[in-house]
Design a protein around this ligand. Structure first.
Ligand code: HEM
Length: 148
């Protein structure tokens, strides 16, 4: 998985990369998503696992600017997954109805990923009037209509 599809860099010194001459000031887009799907390095790139991999993937970048929030992001994702699975252990994604972004923008994702699950009792208390309007969902639904 590669949420951010790549990072940009500016060439600082004259160099050559895979036979291409690069000059100071040239701009590069390093496609982390593509690298994470390199079959020579990641034979099973779509496998989601909590086990450490032999070669860590590049979702959090690499080198001097590797994501400083990587550990926090990992903890947030684990917490989110735990709460979702606690509340909706039987949820099933309707794979046939999944709609990916029509193009690959800076952040990869899906326009629609419908799922079914048995409703569980409400936890905690939220005043529905205090919630902001569901603008995001409306925008995503309209976009989904344009690409079907
Ligand atoms: C799934 C969540 C996240 C992903 C996929 C992600 C991904 C990345 C990537 C690929 C870079 C490298 C950028 C580059 O090389 O130009 C980066 C840098 C960075 N990330 Fe994250 N990140 C995530 C969450 C977070 C969080 C939660 C924080 C802070 C609380 C954070 C803070 C930063 C900062 C400050 C940098 C810049 C580091 C530097 O330039 O030295 N990130 N992130």
């Amino acid at each position: 998985m590669t949420p951010g599809t790549g990072v940009a860099r500016t060439v600082a010194v004259e160099t050559e990369l895979h036979g291409v001459r690069l000059h100071p000031g040239d701009r590069l887009f390093l496609a982390l998503g593509g690298a994470n799907n390199d079959p020579e390095v990641f034979p099973d790139p779509d496998l989601v696992t909590t086990e450490p991999r032999e070669v860590p993937n590049l979702a959090f970048g690499t080198g001097a600017h590797r994501c400083v929030g990587a550990s926090l992001a990992g903890a947030e994702i684990a917490t989110l997954a735990r709460h979702v699975l606690d509340r909706m252990p039987d949820y099933r994604i309707d794979r046939a109805a999944v709609v990916a972004y029509p193009t690959i923008p800076a952040v990869a994702g899906y326009i629609a990923m419908p799922a079914t699950f048995a409703p569980s009792p409400t936890v905690g208390s939220v005043d529905p009037g205090s919630l902001p309007p569901a603008r995001e969902f409306g925008a995503a639904a309209r976009l989904a209509d344009t690409v079907r």
